[in-house]
Design a protein. Structure first.
Lengths: 172, 200
C-alpha cells in the first residue's frame, strides 16, 4: 500500500515536471543535458516574453574567463530566487561543434542547474543590435527583463550586484 | 574636498567603462606609443607616410581571434602594399590572463609569423582611448594630412566560422572603399568577441 502511494506521488510529481518542461519555450533541461542549439530567430522570442515572470538572460561561453567567474552567481541566483517568478537562461556562444566536447563537460563539472541553450548564429552583426543597441558583442553580457523592466548589462556581475537589481523587482 | 573630487572621477570612469563604445567614425584617432614584441616602440605617428592603418585589438587565447587570425594576416598582406598596414594591440591584463604576457605574445607572433607589430597596451590607456571592448576589434584609420581619422570600426567579416562562406567582407570592403575615395559602408559593425580583461 505504502509503495503504491509513493508510486502515485512520484507519478504526480513527474507529471508536474513535464508541464514545467514546456513552459513558454524555456526548459528545465540542464539536468539531463539536452541542450538546444538555436539561431537568433529562435532565440528572439525568449528575449521578449510578456508575463509576470522576470527573465535573466546571460550570454557566456566556456572560453570566456570573466563569464566562468560569474556563473556561480547565476547558479546562486537560481537557488535563492527559486520560490519567485524568476527564470534564468544561460545562452552559450560556444561553437555548436563544441557542445559534446566542451559545453556539457563544463556544465557537469560546474554542476550548472540553470537552463543552457547554444546560440549558433554567425550573423552577429545583424542580431547583436536586436538584443541591445549599445552592445558591441563583448561577453559576458546580461539582459534582465520582465514586468515592465528591461535593462541590458554589458559587464561582469557579482552576486550582490545581481541581487540588488532583482530584489526591488519582486517587492511589488 | 579632494576626496569627493576623486570619488566623482571614479564614478564617471565607472559609468564610462560600463557603457564603453568605440570612438565614432569621423573622430580623431588617439595617438599611441607602445612596446612591440621585438622590443622596439611603435607609435601611430610612425605611420604618417601611409594612407592609413588598420589597428586591431587582439590577444592570444580568444577563440574569435584564432578563427580570424589568418584572415587578419591576409588583410595586411593584401593592403599593406597599398598603404593600409595592420597593427595588432593586445590590451588584456596579463595578471588575469597570463596567456597574454609579453613572452607569450612574442611566441605567438613568431609561431604565426605576424608580418606586422604586435604591441602590448601595458597601461591599458590605449584601448580605453579607442573605446575598444573586445578582441578582435578593428579600427580602420585614414590618414588625413598627417592626422588619423576613424573610418571604420568593427569586425572582419560576417562569418567567423567559415572564411569560404563569407558574404560580406566588412574590413576588406572598408579599405577598398577608402582606396576608391569613398566612405566605408557599413562604417561600423558589431560581433561577438572576448571582453577585454581590465586590470583590477
Amino acid at each position: 500500500m505504502k509503495a503504491l502511494m509513493l508510486f502515485l506521488i512520484s507519478l504526480v510529481i513527474s507529471s508536474f515536471n513535464s508541464i514545467d518542461n514546456s513552459y513558454l519555450g524555456f526548459n528545465e533541461s540542464a539536468a539531463n543535458y539536452d541542450i538546444r542549439i538555436v539561431d537568433f530567430q529562435q532565440l528572439q522570442p525568449l528575449l521578449q516574453i510578456n508575463n509576470d515572470t522576470i527573465y535573466v538572460v546571460n550570454f557566456w561561453a566556456t572560453w570566456c574567463g570573466p563569464c566562468i567567474k560569474e556563473i556561480p552567481y547565476f547558479e546562486q541566483l537560481g537557488n535563492e530566487y527559486k520560490n519567485k517568478k524568476l527564470k534564468i537562461l544561460m545562452v552559450s556562444l560556444d561553437m555548436a561543434d563544441d557542445l559534446e566536447s566542451r559545453v556539457i563537460p563544463f556544465m557537469k563539472k560546474n554542476n550548472m542547474k540553470n537552463e543552457v541553450i547554444i546560440l549558433d548564429d554567425h550573423q552577429s552583426n545583424r542580431w547583436i543590435p536586436l538584443v541591445d543597441e549599445k552592445w558591441t558583442g563583448a561577453i559576458p553580457a546580461t539582459l534582465i527583463y520582465g514586468n515592465g523592466f528591461r535593462e541590458f548589462y554589458p559587464k561582469e556581475f557579482t552576486f550582490s550586484e545581481l541581487d540588488e537589481i532583482l530584489k526591488p523587482l519582486f517587492t511589488n | 574636498m579632494k576626496k569627493e573630487y576623486f570619488t566623482l572621477i571614479a564614478l564617471v570612469l565607472i559609468t564610462l567603462s560600463m557603457s564603453a563604445q568605440p570612438i565614432s567614425v569621423g573622430s580623431q584617432a588617439p595617438n599611441f606609443s607602445l612596446k612591440n614584441v621585438d622590443g622596439a616602440t611603435v607609435s601611430l605617428s610612425d605611420y604618417a607616410s601611409e594612407k592609413g592603418v588598420m589597428v586591431i585589438f587582439s590577444c592570444n587565447p580568444c577563440p574569435y581571434v584564432k578563427a580570424y587570425e589568418d584572415r587578419m594576416i591576409a588583410l595586411h598582406n593584401e593592403f599593406a602594399p597599398q598603404g593600409y598596414p595592420v597593427v595588432f594591440i593586445n590590451p588584456n591584463d596579463d595578471v588575469q590572463q597570463p596567456e597574454d604576457s609579453m613572452d607569450k605574445m612574442r611566441e605567438r607572433a613568431s609561431e604565426k609569423n605576424y608580418p606586422f607589430p604586435y604591441l602590448k597596451d601595458e597601461d591599458q590607456q590605449v584601448y580605453q582611448a579607442y573605446g575598444a571592448t573586445r578582441t578582435p576589434e578593428i579600427f580602420l584609420l585614414k590618414n588625413e594630412g598627417g592626422s588619423f581619422v576613424v573610418a571604420y570600426t568593427g569586425t572582419v567579416d560576417d562569418n567567423y566560422k567559415d572564411a569560404l562562406a563569407v558574404e560580406e567582407a566588412y574590413a576588406s570592403n572598408a579599405v577598398k572603399a577608402l582606396l576608391a575615395g569613398k566612405n566605408p559602408d557599413p562604417a561600423t559593425t558589431v560581433a561577438i568577441g572576448c571582453g577585454i580583461k581590465k586590470k583590477n
